[in-house]
Design a protein around this ligand. Structure first.
Ligand SMILES: Nc1ncnc2c1ncn2[C@@H]1O[C@H](COP(=O)(O)OP(=O)(O)OP(=O)(O)O)[C@@H](O)[C@H]1O
Ligand SMILES: [Mg+2]
Length: 238
């Protein structure tokens, strides 16, 4: 499967938020990098057709994605919110998890609840969870539908060490299942263990660089306001 975005431009209240973004993503792990306010979340939301672009298209296997019905789009693409609270509306975690399954009429992927460790939260209100619990529930409530295209918006924010490793395991599982995985982060260190395939670096709404992950260098990152890959290990001692 290939997701292709052609000249995507999004305007909100007449202001250009992203401009002429073109890229293509095959199965594997792709990272969208950029400083705060660069347009990463806007890009992911427009790939999921949650925001209507003023120009450009999202093409999946020769079909213009946003021409499909909302139900068909939801079966193809899972967008996981940067802020989990934006996605919650049910009274319990169990209802939140079941919502997408019922609405799309598809079988759930039970391994996701197991891996993300949320089985003990089922009878809780999603609005009363801790930050990390909410992030895990939010991820599970989307990914349970097993979409072939997964968009993860700052997925590691709020997660503790167990949560971080669990999500890493899940993403690696998705990669083995040949899904297209696009992850937005402003800190590349968080995705380094996944050995991503490609990156797209955006700043002020447009692409500054893109290519294989191995070609991402620290000068490119710092000159665009992103944490350099080598930063943490300046403080590592042997
Ligand atoms: N609904 C909206 N109305 C007005 N401005 C918006 C809206 N959504 C986003 N923006 C603006 O568009 C720009 C890009 O926002 P976006 O959330 O895509 O950035 P981001 O790269 O995801 O940033 P972060 O690293 O902080 O998550 C920001 O300046 C933001 O304030
Ligand atoms: Mg964002």
């Amino acid at each position: 499967m290939e997701v292709r975005i052609d000249n995507l431009t999004v305007k909100i209240n007449e202001k250009k938020i992203i401009e002429n973004i073109s890229a293509s993503f095959r199965d594997g792990i792709h990272v969208v990098l950029g400083p705060n306010g660069a347009g990463k979340s806007t890009l992911l939301k427009s790939i999921a057709c949650l925001i209507k672009p003023s120009k450009g298209k999202v093409i999946v296997s020769d079909t213009e994605l946003c021409d499909l019905s909302r139900k068909e789009i939801s079966k193809m693409v899972g967008y996981c919110w940067q802020n989990p609270l934006y996605g919650f509306f049910e009274s319990t975690v169990e209802r939140e998890i079941n919502f997408i399954i019922k609405n799309l009429g598809i079988p759930p992927r039970a391994d996701i609840l197991e891996i993300l460790g949320i089985k003990n939260l089922m009878d809780r209100s999603p609005f009363e969870l801790s930050g990390g619990e909410a992030k895990r529930v939010s991820l599970a409530s989307i990914l349970i539908a097993n979409q072939p295209i997964i968009l993860l918006d700052e997925p590691f924010e709020e997660l503790d060490w167990m949560g971080f490793k669990a999500l890493q395991k899940l993403i690696e599982k998705f990669r083995n299942e040949k899904k297209v995985i696009i992850i937005a982060v402003n800190n590349p260190i968080l995705v380094e263990p996944l050995k991503p395939d490609t990156f797209v670096l955006i700043s002020s709404g447009s692409i500054k660089a893109k290519g294989p992950w191995t070609e991402l260098n620290d000068e490119l990152l710092t000159s665009n306001g992103v944490v350099p890959r080598g930063y943490l290990c300046r403080f590592c001692s042997k």
